[in-house]
Ligand binder design. Structure first.
Ligand code: FRU
Length: 468
């Protein structure tokens, strides 16, 4: 029987109750990772947007804390919602918002979204600050700090770079990202902008800009991630640009087509953590696992939605082109099946009975002499979520049309596809299933696909078969 716990994930974070969307203000401070997020403290639908808060020591298990930054009311009856943004640690007290010598001041830079009579009338960037590791917050008394008098100007991502603060923020409906610079987090100067490149079919939201190591080298490039449209523009999705950043201007490399971060439908609004510990060489991102195309219609059990596992980001270089690689950070307590298949081996098919809907499947598949393969996940009778791979087209698809509860919105039952190039005829798939979340990492994170599914049953089987 399904109830409110049916889809509460085992090893992904979600709030105990109510609506959530974008991760916000992700920052590390003194051994604690902070995840703030878009949160409605009053209900299961989007509204009263405030920053919810959770903390973790290891990025694997999270503890929910009370609402950090709440929506506020203005005297004219309008409300200030706290939209997406970032958080930084103002170690040098550049903002002067903290006591002299205090090194752990946290500053949130968010979009104040003003709504009157249920209608958005303005978006501007504002500050809140905390002297107690994000537990309690004060609003800066001279907010907003950056106001272009626009209705769609949002999602500031701020980071420290070569002695200055930098902010990337978007004019959502102009598909333009602007980069600003500041010495004190309060006064900002526009230094460059880029836009109308890559995918600009729908919207630009939640931009970010960060330095990424190139694997097997000591070099770096910069990545800018933008939440925009999915390939099929009825949905939202994410893209990235690889390029150079000289402190003021981001110059993307020439690219063919759109670079997709995740080929599923449920990976959106991802942004990186700030202030990672020294030993952490790779940026880490997290996303909202959902899609605006149907988010508001999710079944009651799944309405709250959740966050992806954190992912470590690097780049690989192939023939002068750079590609994003994503490696999940996951708990060691996940039931894991290590599975090796090859056609020319007696063990060339398998059915495994699973007791729960939370597990990890680590496949190594030798494609020699096969036309492809199929993997059913969460299979109970006709109910299943199916992965198919075609050796000729090199396309891996994920079919959720029979995955369980699908009829709450006509855009939900869908089939996703991504190209997966075998290496020496071998494909590796690391598949993470967690109640309603499926995250598929192909070839060590070179291609990733994240999708929601709402199985009606618990347990069931995993089936692997080659296509002959
Ligand atoms: C992205 C987004 C942001 C905005 C927030 C509001 O999902 O639309 O652009 O700040 O959600 O909740």
């Amino acid at each position: 029987k399904r109830d409110l716990t049916t889809y509460h994930p085992d090893y992904h974070y979600t709030s105990e109750k109510n609506w959530v969307n974008d991760p916000n203000g992700m920052v590390h401070l003194d051994g604690e990772y902070h995840l703030f997020y878009q949160y409605n403290p009053f209900g299961e639908k989007w509204g009263h947007m405030s920053w919810g808060h959770a903390v973790s020591a290891d990025l694997k298990t999270w503890k929910e804390l009370p609402v950090a930054i709440p929506e506020t009311k203005n005297s004219d009856g309008s409300v200030n919602m706290v939209f997406s943004g970032s958080a930084v640690i103002d170690t040098l007290n550049t903002s002067g918002l903290f006591e002299e010598g205090f090194k752990s001041g946290m500053v949130a830079i968010y979009t104040a979204h003003i709504e009157k009579d249920g209608k958005g009338i303005g978006q501007a960037q504002s500050l809140a600050y905390s002297s107690d590791k994000g537990r309690t917050w004060k609003f800066y008394d001279k907010n907003p700090i950056l106001d272009l008098k626009m209705t769609d100007f949002r999602d500031p991502s701020v980071f420290w770079h070569e002695g200055k603060w930098k902010m990337i923020v978007v004019k959502s409906l102009e598909y333009t990202a602007q980069i600003y610079e500041s010495a004190d987090l309060k006064n900002w100067e526009l230094v460059s902008e880029f836009g109308k490149i890559g995918d600009y079919a729908k919207i630009w939201e939640c931009p970010s800009l960060f330095k990424v190591p190139i694997e097997n080298s000591d070099k770096f490039k910069w990545i800018s991630m933008i939440s925009s449209a999915h390939e099929d523009t009825d949905y939202v999705g994410m893209q990235y640009f690889v390029g150079e950043f000289d402190g003021k201007k981001f110059t993307p490399d020439a690219q063919t087509g759109v670079l997709r971060i995740d080929y599923g439908k449920d990976f959106y609004a991802a942004v990186p953590f700030n202030n990672l510990p020294e030993k952490e060489k790779n940026p880490i991102i997290m996303a909202w696992v959902n899609n605006w195309a149907y988010a508001v219609d999710l079944t009651a059990e799944g309405r709250r939605a959740m966050f992806s596992m954190p992912r470590k980001i690097s780049l690989i270089e192939k023939n002068g082109k750079y590609k994003m690689v994503q490696k999940p950070i996951f708990s060691d307590n996940i039931q894991t099946e290590v599975l090796n298949f090859s056609m020319n081996n007696s063990a060339n098919r398998k059915t495994i009975e699973m007791k729960s809907n939370s597990y990890r499947l680590n496949f190594t598949i030798d494609l020699t002499d096969s036309k492809g393969f199929s993997i059913d996940l969460l299979k109970n009778g006709d109910e299943k979520s199916t992965i198919n791979y075609d050796s000729i087209t090199k396309k891996l698809s994920f079919d959720r049309t029979k995955s369980g509860v699908v009829n709450f919105n006509e855009k939900f039952p869908s089939v996703e596809r991504m190209t997966v190039e075998p290496e020496n005829n071998i494909i590796k798939l690391d598949i993470f299933v967690d109640k309603s979340i499926v995250e598929i990492f192909a070839n060590e994170g070179q291609a990733v696909l994240t999708n929601l599914v709402f199985p009606k049953n618990i347990g069931g089987s995993v089936n692997f078969n080659f296509v002959k």
